[in-house]
Design a protein around this ligand. Structure first.
Ligand code: AMP
Ligand code: MG
Length: 542
């Protein structure tokens, strides 16, 4: 028997008062959620699934390949006791308060109990309009769904906190999109991704009731999140609220440092896209760094201000946390400890960034301290501090990587095998450069003297070169979801060829391993992809 059953535990809908209006039309909602039915699809087809997510929620291969699975996770049928709902939240978009946003095209099917008494929410993205769809249609196109599916799974296998993706299905229906908002609308294939996380609650979930002076809903939400996902902090009280805010700061800090480590640019760090449990959420116009560039953003909607550029993600995270602090202020009524937590975020960020750079470079930081950070962090935090010379080494490297187009991912992998013979250094690193004409004599001198300083620091620890490079390769992925590869997978998928999608999914399950059969996926971005739509330019249209 392959019947699909889950142990349901719909705590969110059991806790909060539902929107009374049952008809599905765009409106302002003064509650935490609205019940809503997914739209029936014409001819659903499963094109990808994640074995490990399936396993996590107790489904075997036979069940994943069943007709029942397809109907359920494309939105065509429900299991007993599933009462789907869309959540209400607000947010700051590109620095401006946008009021109510909400799940405009995400529908939660149910909360389920997992092994070891964990909990997960199963959510369909692209399953049709909700009361929060505003002027949009509630659907998602194949290209953005492929990107969400592949990237969330890649992120998980990189060891970075993220929502997961169980399945990717075509709906068989067409969705009209104007990809660059330039009057070239076309009908694209519709798709649904089933996302899985312990919580889809966002910073904006708290901001909305706070903006409406609904202290009762705000308090209920904070208490709910603490009880559900931060239970180790204890029963809610002003002290626990503060401890909770500190932990949200810590988790967010760790998340962004991880993004910086692997070269991920989220692209739309609006407060409605910030997970309260510190996961990467809402994969839209994100991108992966090919040539190292702190000023790069893939999001054409953000091309002017580049608010969400690669190098500013830490500061933006702090800005978003500041908005969260403002929202929860009425529960604490004391600005000072909140301000302190925000200041601590900067310190933590710097310290964790330094530790991350040291790990990338295989350096053991010189100044060791076992001092715990002011609040008891739940996430792993740093215990080492960098010296001035080490910090200078890190910062100088950024300048060097920015000065000529250098592939970030390849650079760090090559650095792990840097030959001892200095005369071979440049030829060893040559493969990282995008344009040989940029490699001037001055540049070569700067790079060589940096490598000289670097290798001295690297060798001053007591680990062997073998151990060091092993550690570096466990920090620096060999395979990331390069923008052009995702785009190639999409273009083939649009022609009903899912082979590259499946290959990428497979290779990205072991991003730190050498996989000689997949060497092509570790190569530099080809020249044709540099300015191609979808490869380096993406918009919010999805
Ligand atoms: P994003 O910045 O993509 O996370 O989206 C911002 C807001 O727009 C969220 O409330 C989304 O649910 C909503 N949204 C985005 N795309 C659609 C769509 N196609 N239909 C309905 N709502 C959407
Ligand atoms: Mg969003």
């Amino acid at each position: 028997m392959s019947d699909i059953t889950f142990t349901l535990d719909n705590q969110f809908t059991a806790t909060f008062v539902a929107d009374e209006e049952a008809t599905n039309y765009p409106r302002q909602v003064m509650c935490a959620y609205s019940f809503v039915q997914p739209k029936t699809t014409t001819m659903p087809k499963l094109i990808a699934s994640s074995e490990s997510v399936a396993k996590q929620i107790g489904l075997n291969e036979e069940q994943v390949n069943s007709a029942e699975f397809l109907q359920l996770f494309s939105g065509n049928s429900l299991l007993a006791n599933m009462k789907p709902f869309a959540m209400c939240y607000g947010g700051h978009q590109f620095g401006h308060w946008a009021g109510q946003l909400g799940d405009g095209r995400a529908i939660n099917l149910a909360e389920i109990v997992t092994q070891n008494n964990g909990h997960k929410t199963l959510q369909l993205k692209g399953a049709g309009p909700t009361p929060y769809s505003r002027t949009a249609d509630g659907f998602a196109v194949l290209r953005s769904s492929v990107r969400e599916f592949l990237c969330s799974e890649a992120m998980f296998h990189l060891g970075i906190a993220t929502t997961r993706a169980l399945s990717l299905s075509l709906t068989g229906d067409k969705v009209v999109r104007d990809m660059f908002y330039d009057g070239h609308a076309k009908a694209e294939q519709g798709a649904v991704v089933c996302r899985v996380s312990s919580s889809f609650i966002r910073f904006g979930s708290f901001q909305l009731p706070a903006s409406r002076q609904d202290l009762s809903l705000l308090t209920q939400l904070v208490d709910y999140v603490i009880g559900r996902d931060f239970a180790h902090l204890g029963a809610p009280s002003p002290e626990v609220y503060l401890a909770w805010f500190n932990e949200v700061c810590d988790r967010t800090c760790k998340l962004v440092v991880d993004w910086m480590r692997v070269g991920f640019v989220h692209g739309v760090m609006n407060t409605d896209n910030m997970s309260i449990i510190g996961e990467t959420i809402d994969y839209g116009p994100y991108g992966w760094i090919d040539n190292f560039d702190l000023n790069w953003t893939p999001n054409t909607t953000d091309a002017n201000g580049k608010r969400y550029r690669f190098g500013d993600q830490g500061e933006i995270a702090q800005w978003n946390l500041f908005q969260l602090a403002n929202a929860i202020f009425p529960l604490i009524n004391d600005a000072e400890p909140l301000q302190k937590a925000l200041n601590k975020f900067s310190q933590n960020y710097q310290q964790q960034w330094q530790n991350m750079m040291a790990a990338k470079l295989g350096i053991e930081l010189s100044a060791k301290t076992s001092a715990k950070l002011p609040t008891e962090p739940s996430t792993e935090l740093t215990t080492a501090l960098a010296s001035e010379a080490e910090i200078k080494l890190f910062v100088d490297l950024e300048d060097i990587l920015m000065s000529v187009e250098t592939d970030m991912t390849i650079f760090y992998r090559r650095l792990a095998d840097l030959p001892d013979d200095k005369s071979l250094w440049l030829s060893h690193l040559n493969v990282c450069f995008y344009d040989e004409n940029e490699i001037s004599v001055t540049y070569q001198d700067t790079l060589s003297s940096w490598l000289e300083r670097y290798s001295k620091l690297r060798d001053s620890g007591n680990k062997s070169r073998g151990e060091i490079s092993k550690k570096m390769n466990a920090t620096n992925p060999k395979y990331v979801l390069r923008n052009y590869l995702a785009q190639q997978a999409i273009e083939l998928a649009e022609q009903e060829d899912y082979s590259l999608l499946h290959q990428l999914q497979q290779v990205l399950t072991k991003p730190y391993d050498e996989q000689p059969e997949f060497e092509r996926f570790a190569e530099k971005r080809p020249a044709w992809a540099k300015h191609k739509a979808g490869c380096s330019m993406l918009s919010c249209s999805s």
